[in-house]
Design a protein. Structure first.
Length: 602
C-alpha cells in the first residue's frame, strides 16, 4: 500500500478522483460498474471508441451460468460440485481451482444481483442448447445458456446511435431469438421452420409500418446494460481512450491517464482500476507472433480491440498467458473480406470436411474451439488445414440452409440468396467450387483425387450404416442441435448425385482469449504470482477462465460479467470491510432501496 504522504502527493497531481475506474464498456465493464455503484462506490466507465457494448454487443448474447435464477425458477439446479468437475476436466490444468470455484459460486450470484438491480434485466433459460461436452461428468444436455428477450432500441433514446452495431447488418426488421435460429435451419424439415420464416416476414412488415427497431441477442443485452447504467446515473465516457496506467512508488496502480476531448486527464481511482477493454483481436502482427499459422485478420471481434489494456497491464508488471489462443470460430471469408459464420453447416448430415490431403480429420460437428484446434494442429504438422473444405452435394443445397442461402423457390429482391441454383457469384469467387465428379472437384480444390474419392465413399458407407465409426459424429447431444431431426442420426446422411460443392473454411474467431493473468478475485498477477495492487482485469483482456476450451454457448460473456461483478465486490470489501457477499436477502434489500426510474417498463 502507498503511504499517506505518497497518496497525498499523488492526489495533488490528479485531475479527477473516483473510487473505481473501469476501462471498457462491454458486458464485463458494465456489470462491474453496476456492482460498484450498488456498493456505494463512485464509479466511472471510459470507452475508447464512439460506441458502447464492446464484444458483448456483437455476440450471440448468451451467458453461460449454471445455477442461474432462471434455471432455478424452472426447477433445474445443476450441482455446483458437478459444474466445477466439468470445468476442471475441460480446462485440463490450465486454470487454478480457485478461479474455477469462484466462477461456479459467483456466476449465479451475479445474475441474482442484476435481476434485482434493475427492471431492465430479464433473463430467460430455455433448455435444450447443450453444453459443448454434455456427456462429460457435470456436463448438461439441457445446457446453462441464459438469454435476454428482444428489446426495441428506441428505448435507448439519445444513446441508441451509440450502441456498437453488428459488423453485418440484417435487413430492417429481421432479428432472431436464440430458439428461432435453430428452427429456421429446419425450414425444409418441419412446419416450425416455415413458421419462423413467416414470423420474420411479419417482423419486417411491422418495422416498416410501426417503426419498430427491435434487437435481440448481444444487441439486446448491451442495450439493457446501458439502460441500467442510465437508471443508476453511472457515467460512461465515449471517445475516451485510456493511454496508460499510473503507479505509485511501490507498484500499486493509483489510476490512469485518459484522453478526453483531445486532452489527457489523470484520473485517480482510490479503490482500483478494472480493465475490461477486450483482447487484441485486430493486432494481427502481435497475434502472428504467438501463432504463426494465423494468416490474416479473420476476427469477428470488436474493431476497437487492439490490446491496449493488455499492454498497459504489462507495463505495470502484469504477466500474461494464453496469448496464442482465441475464441475460434470456423468461417467463410468472401473476396470482399466479409466474414460469415460456419455453424449449422458443420452439423448438416450430407457433408464432410477435408484437409489438403483430401482426408477427414475431425468430427465436423465438434464444438468450434475443438474444430479450430484441429485445423491449427494439422497446419503445424505440415499438411494444409487452413483453409480446409466442406464438401456437400446439390441435394443438400436444396434441403438445408447453407452459407445463408434459403432452400426455397427463387424470390426476387429477397435480402438473402434463394432458389435452386448455387449463386454464380459464389462460384466466381473461388470460395465455393463446383465439380461434376470427385476427380473434377479434387482438382479444383487442390487435393489428391484418389483420396477425395476414397473419403467420400467411406463417409457414405458410414452414413448408410447410421454411425460415424471414424469420428463419432452425431454421438453427442451437442452435435445434434443443428442437425436434421427427421433422420435416425441427425448428423449423417450419404451424399448423392453430383454436382458436388466445396466451401472454403478459414480460421475465424470471436476475439482473443489470452491476456493478463488474474487470480480468483480478478486481480492482475505478476510472473511470481504476486498481485499488482489496485489493478483488476476481466473479460478478454484477461487470460480466460475457460483455458483453451469452451464450456457452452455464452462461456465468454458469462465469465466477463461474473468477474466484473467479483472485481467490484472485492474493491467494495476492501474499501469497507463490513460489506458482505451478496445473499438473496441482501439483494432484496438493495431492490427495496434503489430507485427505479424505468417504472418496470422494458
Amino acid at each position: 500500500m502507498t503511504s499517506d504522504t505518497d497518496a497525498q502527493t499523488a492526489e495533488q497531481t490528479f485531475d479527477e478522483t473516483v473510487d473505481v475506474l473501469i476501462v471498457g464498456s462491454g458486458g464485463g465493464g458494465m456489470t462491474a460498474a453496476l456492482a460498484a455503484e450498488a456498493a456505494g462506490l463512485d464509479t466511472l466507465i471510459v470507452e475508447k471508441s464512439s460506441h458502447f457494448g464492446g464484444s458483448t454487443a456483437l455476440s450471440g448474447g448468451g451467458i453461460w451460468v449454471p445455477g442461474a435464477p432462471s434455471q432455478r425458477r424452472a426447477g433445474y439446479v445443476p450441482s455446483p460440485d458437478g459444474v466445477f468437475d466439468y470445468l476442471k476436466q475441460i480446462t485440463d490444468g490450465t486454470v487454478s481451482d480457485a478461479r474455477l470455484r469462484k466462477y461456479v459460486e459467483a456466476a449465479p450470484e451475479m445474475m441474482d444481483f442484476l435481476e434485482h438491480n434493475s427492471d431492465w434485466f430479464e433473463f430467460v433459460w430455455k433448455p435444450g442448447y447443450a453444453d459443448y461436452y454434455p456427456e462429460l461428468p457435470g456436463g448438461s444436455a439441457q445446457g446453462s445458456t441464459i438469454n435476454v428477450p428482444a428489446i426495441d432500441l428506441r428505448k435507448l433514446g439519445e444513446h441508441e446511435q451509440e450502441l456498437l452495431a453488428p459488423l453485418a447488418l440484417a435487413p430492417k426488421g429481421i432479428w432472431f431469438a436464440p430458439k428461432d435460429l435453430r428452427l429456421f435451419y429446419q425450414i425444409r424439415q418441419n412446419w416450425r421452420g416455415k413458421a419462423v420464416l413467416l414470423k420474420l416476414i411479419w417482423r419486417m412488415v411491422r418495422a416498416r409500418v410501426f417503426g419498430d427497431r427491435m434487437a435481440a441477442i448481444g444487441q439486446s443485452l448491451a442495450a439493457r446494460m446501458r439502460l441500467a447504467l442510465k437508471q443508476h446515473d453511472v457515467p460512461l465516457w465515449l471517445d475516451a481512450p485510456m493511454t496508460s496506467l499510473i503507479s505509485g512508488p511501490d507498484g500499486t496502480v493509483l489510476g490512469a491517464v485518459v484522453e478526453r476531448d483531445g486532452k489527457p486527464l489523470r484520473i485517480r481511482a482510490t479503490g482500483g482500476v478494472i480493465l475490461a477493454s477486450g483482447g487484441f483481436d485486430h493486432d494481427i502482427a502481435w497475434r502472428k507472433e504467438h501463432l504463426p499459422v494465423l494468416e490474416k485478420d479473420w476476427s469477428f471481434g470488436n474493431p476497437a480491440a487492439t490490446g491496449d489494456g493488455i499492454r498497459a497491464g504489462e507495463k505495470v508488471g502484469g504477466a500474461t498467458d494464453l496469448l496464442d489462443e482465441a475464441w475460434w470460430f470456423p468461417a467463410i471469408c468472401w473476396p470482399d473480406g466479409r466474414l460469415q459464420f460456419m455453424l449449422n453447416e458443420r452439423m448438416m448430415p450430407s457433408q464432410f470436411v477435408v484437409n489438403g490431403e483430401g482426408k477427414r480429420f475431425i468430427n465436423e460437428a465438434a464444438p468450434y474451439m475443438d474444430f479450430a484446434h484441429a485445423m491449427i494442429e494439422g497446419q503445424q504438422s505440415g499438411i494444409e488445414h487452413i483453409p480446409c473444405w466442406l464438401v456437400t452435394d446439390i441435394d443438400s443445397f436444396h434441403r438445408y440452409v447453407v452459407a445463408g442461402h434459403l432452400p426455397i423457390p427463387k424470390i426476387p429482391f429477397a435480402p438473402v440468396p434463394t432458389g435452386r441454383k448455387v449463386p454464380q457469384a459464389w462460384l466466381d469467387s473461388g470460395v465455393v467450387v463446383e465439380g461434376h465428379s470427385w476427380e473434377e472437384l479434387a482438382g479444383k480444390i487442390g487435393v489428391p483425387a484418389p483420396n477425395l474419392r476414397a473419403t467420400a465413399e467411406r463417409f457414405n458407407q458410414l452414413a448408410q450404416g447410421g454411425h460415424d465409426d471414424d469420428f463419432n459424429r452425431g454421438d453427442s447431444a451437442y452435435d445434434n442441435y443443428y442437425g436434421d431431426p427427421t433422420l435416425p442420426n441427425p448428423n449423417l446422411r450419404p451424399l448423392g448425385r453430383p454436382p458436388y460443392y466445396a466451401f472454403q473454411i478459414i480460421l475465424g474467431d470471436l476475439g482473443t482469449s489470452g491476456g493478463l493473468r488474474t487470480d480468483e478475485h480478478a486481480r492482475v498477477l505478476r510472473a511470481d504470482d504476486s498481485v499488482v495492487a489496485g489493478l483488476y482485469a476481466v473479460g478478454n483482456v484477461s487470460a480466460a477462465v475457460m483455458g483453451r476450451s469452451y464450456a457452452g454457448a455464452g462461456a465468454t460473456i458469462g465469465p466477463a460479467m461474473t468477474f466484473g461483478y467479483v472485481a467490484a465486490r472485492h474493491i467494495a470489501q476492501a474499501q469497507s470491510p463490513v460489506v458482505q457477499p451478496v445473499s438473496p436477502a441482501a439483494i432484496s434489500k438493495i431492490q427495496d432501496t434503489v430507485s427505479n426510474p424505468s417504472g418496470g417498463n422494458r
